[in-house]
Design a binder for this molecule. Structure first.
Ligand code: GDP
Length: 442
């Protein structure tokens, strides 16, 4: 995908129609594109009002255009931004005009950011932070992403890498001197102390980041229970909008419905599972199967029972490990004791007890996400590479008495893993995977 000789363009703002649409261009032909559309090049980095002209000279739109000559631009290349009116026809006309210029083509997802990475404008952890920030739904996710965007993990990894390089230099010197008696051990011992200290530091970072991947992914809460218990009604109340069909007939929620909630900054996905019951309708059977699957893989299950239904089934423990909260619904219809013993008594339709349930969910979420927001490591990719680093440092420590060459080799592996973390070395194989997840225009 890396093709810096090509000039790319994309819509970088949201879906049309909108008040303003921002079309970005990056690459060597950007200057030509701006001159062709605006007539002349605006002053660098200053907003310039201009009537944009189509290639045949007719007026296309009025725009504010920004011109950022490389290398002082977001991608490091020549970049332009056209702020045009956000109508579909305007955007299409802009795309047609840009696409007709030699050397210009529509950008692929994440291609602007990839170019910024290739040109050393940001490291890989910062690029990942940028993607997380764009996809952040809640305030806590935003803050975590921003820490990455600021390069905190990248800077840390780079300082660790430097420290291993220093230790490594001491050992290499030891190898060179090894014919000269004790010099080797004198140099190796301090290097080994450095390595041990560093290994503990990285391990601590991993431990304190244990919950941070959760913040990216969110907490999944399944609302399950027999048909007609009021699952959809509860989901709607929690989501405060009509996301699921509420119906007096059993079995209408045939599939799994997901609603994403922001609970005090924590990302929570609520899942309304189809009424768990035996059925012969194949469509419904499929819904029930999916519901069971989702309930099993969720992080918490709200098992809803009808307070008036004494036959309410307890949740079958089919190997699901998620905690189950028993919620007795429709308490507006009964006076005292009803069905199963419950942690919560609610009326999903009237709202009684729902705020207590939400408060309990927030407390649960706070515990579940822990200090994730402040953590440095937020992706499996980071975790894997840091574990590889720790493992190499550990082997290095153990191989000390087996020869300095072996030790030096383990340190090279550790340096390499940290280099891959920031994208400094040998990452061609993963770049496509990382940038594919980006939006077009970013
Ligand atoms: P589901 O099959 O578990 O999703 O149940 P629904 O949410 O579709 O609810 C089934 C029926 O129970 C509907 O007629 C709802 O209006 C009713 N219902 C749900 N919650 C309550 C409640 O708290 N009190 C009363 N009286 N009716 C409720």
């Amino acid at each position: 995908m890396h093709s810096p000789d090509q000039t790319i363009f994309a819509l970088s703002s949201g879906r049309a129609p909108s008040a303003i649409a921002i079309i970005r261009v990056s690459g060597p032909q950007t200057r030509t594109a701006v001159e062709r559309l605006c007539g002349k090049l605006p002053a660098p980095r200053l907003a310039q009002f201009a009537t944009l002209r189509d290639l045949d000279g007719s007026a296309l739109d009025e725009s504010v255009t920004l011109w950022f000559p490389g290398p002082h631009s977001a991608t490091g290349e020549d970049v332009a931004e056209f702020h045009v009116h956000g109508g579909r026809a305007v955007i299409t006309a802009m795309f047609d005009a840009l696409g007709a210029i030699d050397g210009l083509r529509p950008a692929e997802p994440g291609e602007f950011t990839r170019r910024a990475f290739e040109n050393g404008k940001l490291d890989l952890t910062e690029a990942e932070g940028l993607d997380d920030l764009i996809h952040a739904d809640t305030d806590r996710q935003r803050r975590q992403a921003l820490r990455h965007l600021k390069g905190l993990l990248g800077a840390k990894a780079e300082s660790w890498r430097q420290r291993i390089i220093e230790a490594s230099a001491l050992i290499e010197a030891g190898i060179d001197f090894s014919d000269e008696g004790d010099v080797s051990t004198e140099l190796v011992a301090p290097a080994l102390r450095k390595i041990t200290a560093l290994k503990s530091e990285i391990e601590e970072t991993l431990i304190s980041s244990a919950q941070s991947e959760r913040l990216r992914e969110g907490l999944t809460v399944a609302i399950a229970g027999p048909p007609n218990a009021g699952k959809s009604t509860l989901l709607n109340r929690l989501a405060r909008r009509d996301a699921a069909i509420v119906s007096p007939h059993a079995g209408t929620t045939r599939d799994v419905i997901e609603v994403h909630l922001d609970l005090d900054g924590y990302p929570v996905t609520l899942i309304d599972t189809a009424g768990v019951r035996d059925t012969h309708d194949p469509v419904e059977q499929e819904g029930v199967r999916r519901a069971r699957d989702r309930a099993r893989t969720s992080d918490l299950v709200l098992w809803l029972v009808d307070a008036n239904d004494n036959s309410a089934l307890p949740l079958k423990n089919e190997g699901d490990h998620a905690p189950v909260w028993i919620v007795r619904n429709k308490v507006d219809l009964v006076g005292g004791d009803g069905a199963a013993r419950a942690q919560f008594d609610i009326s999903a339709s009237r709202g009684d007890g729902v705020s207590e349930l939400v408060a309990a969910l927030v407390t649960y979420a706070r515990d579940y996400f822990g200090s994730g927001e402040m953590a440095l490591v937020s992706r499996a990719r980071h975790r894997t590479l840091l574990r590889e680093t720790v493992a190499a440092l550990e082997r290095a420590g153990r191989s000390a008495d087996k020869g300095d060459e072996l030790l030096a080799e383990e340190l090279r592996i550790a340096i390499h893993s940290l280099g891959r973390l920031t994208g400094r070395v040998d990452v061609e194989d993963i770049l496509d995977v990382i940038f594919r997840e980006f939006c077009i225009g970013k």
